[in-house]
Design a protein around this ligand. Sequence first.
Ligand code: SF4
Ligand code: SF4
Length: 345
Amino acid sequence: MLKLSLDKIGGLFAEMARDRTLYLPVKQGGQADFVKWTPEAEVCLDYLNTARSIKDFFLPQTENIAAFKREGKKISITPTHEEPAPFVVFGARACDVRSLDVLDRVFLSDPVDTFYKAQRENGVIISMACAEPEETCFCNIFGIDAAEPKGDVATWLVGTSLYWEANTPVGKALTSTLKAVLSEAESLDEKKAETRKNAARAAFDDLPLAKLSLNGWGGDNLLEKFSSPLWEKMSQSCLGCGTCTYVCPTCQCYDIQDFDTGHGIRRFRCWDSCMYSDFTLMAHGNPRKSQLERFRQRFMHKLVYYPANNDGMYSCVGCGRCVAKCPISMNIAKVIKALGGNANA
Ligand code: SF4
Ligand code: SF4
């Protein structure tokens, strides 16, 4: 384990930003979000959760992918996707790091999504352990240890020190470029970090959603869950606004849209939402006509279809963003509880 005194953290950021773009949580507009680091940025390492997740770096909300131009009977196609460049994301929480495992199974499976793959190959993830989780957190029910986050490098903020541990070859390569600012931790430091981890784990026990049970969920019981009469009641107040899908680190639906600039066509890939009434709208109509069907699809995908096809892995990481942001206070925690086999939360 390595360490750094917090009063020198500006030097660490400057070193990391020397030949790659560094993104980290910065306070703006009353909330924290990942933005590009500058020496003037108001970095907030004690934030609880960023409004947007790290998904944005690998599957951006909008990607300009091609331009088409017609001259007479000839159509020219020009790729317009930005060339990937090396970057570092510092301060990712354990839930967001796990969300990349979910996205990898979708975008790195055959046929591989080359845009996503290029971003994954160019990005280094430096995670930060949670010290005090939010009331809306429930990552623990998905087997995520917020005190021991994964990522290429894991870090812990303890007192006036930052502890640093490289986990992957990419993380070790980055660490080797930072020798001037990081020093070896001592056994007392290791003990302090361990105490902090245990305190963070204990804090989870008191969270309102920490005892939510996943019993009855997963890839089995598909028909039983799909046919539940409870979907109607739960979906009645859903506005179909899509907020839950836009803040979710694991939601991955997108649309390809063409835009006529008047001088040719631009093709974009942009996020879409299964909660929208025009989602997957085809010439014959929408396969999911009611909000009940759309609402059910989102939760069945995260809690039944995805685990059925991915060795039991759920496509929710319990980050709690949808719990915090839904305008009518409907969310996946309520669905887990209402339709679960053993709802004891
Ligand atoms: S569940 Fe909430 S956030 Fe999601 S679409 Fe419905 S109203 Fe919007
Ligand atoms: S469904 Fe909600 S809690 Fe689960 S990963 Fe998405 S935003 Fe986070």
